[in-house]
Design a protein around this ligand. Structure first.
Ligand code: SAH
Length: 243
């Protein structure tokens, strides 16, 4: 997958050269093409922003450098143009999965008070938010998006099933996990996980994942196709008022 990024801070994307995503970059599972917006500044002072028309606080990124940069990316390598924005559709695992199937995608990162609305109106296909809070730049949101997308591309994770078992992939939270040692500050790893009985371990994990979702994120259960067994457990927990 080719991921084009338009930004005034290319160096922020160096952070992707760490951990599992760096391997995907090395193995060319993803190709990052970071375009420095300042190269298309409108004057010798490197300006890419100006005061907002009508007055008011802050600066606004001008349309011309952004569109010029966008047009320098070959059309067939552009894919949908995404603007990272707190005003966009909130990103979730479903959306990430659908992005991961694309061959190309282009991400515009805003700064200051955002970008000239005319860029959004004419060139942006989708605005994507990573949550209801304000960041100082779209780069951090883009890094999250790129990391999440890359996890879904076959070859990124060591165990190919790994992302399928992630929280949200089947609509539920992933169950509790434990590492060495068996006993830590008098807290023990649940016996079943040490039993070696894979059937019982799977069943414990399913139960634990459902219970965790019921306690922490019950609204997620509305979108899950539950088995009879799961429905029965949920009814039981609801009637016992276990919260
Ligand atoms: N003043 C603007 C926010 C500007 S924040 C407003 O009130 O709507 C500067 C830039 O950071 C934005 O243009 C956007 O690209 C990015 N950004 C901020 N919060 C974000 C979020 N929650 N998700 C995605 N991008 C975000």
């Amino acid at each position: 997958m080719r991921i084009n990024v338009i930004t005034i801070f290319p160096e922020i994307f160096d952070i992707l050269n760490v951990g599992v995503i760096s391997k995907s970059l090395k193995n060319k599972i993803i190709k990052l093409d970071i375009r420095d917006l300042r190269k298309n500044a409108t004057n010798k002072h490197n300006n890419i922003d100006s005061k907002p028309y009508g007055g008011g606080e802050g600066m606004v990124m001008m349309a011309e450098p952004i569109v010029k940069t966008l047009k320098q990316i070959k059309k067939k390598e552009r894919g949908p143009v995404i603007f990272m924005s707190p005003q966009g559709e909130k990103l979730d695992q479903k959306k990430v999965k659908s992005f991961s199937k694309l061959k190309n995608i282009t991400i515009i990162c805003g700064r200051y008070e955002g970008i000239d609305q005319r860029v959004i109106d004419k060139y942006v296909d989708e605005e994507i938010s990573i949550g209801d809070f304000i960041l100082s730049g779209g780069e951090y949101a883009a890094v999250c998006l790129i990391d999440a997308i890359t996890r879904h591309i076959p070859g990124t994770l060591g165990n190919k099933d790994s992302y399928l078992k992630d929280t949200f992939s089947n609509g539920l939270l992933k169950g509790d996990v434990y590492a060495k040692p068996e006993s830590f500050e008098s807290m023990k790893v649940p016996d079943v996980l040490l039993s070696g009985n894979h059937k019982e371990i799977d069943s414990w994990r399913e139960h634990n994942s459902l219970l965790k979702t019921f306690i922490k994120r019950p609204e997620l259960l509305n979108d899950v196709k539950l088995t009879k067994k799961q429905k029965k457990l949920l009814e039981e927990w609801a009637s016992k008022d276990i919260l």
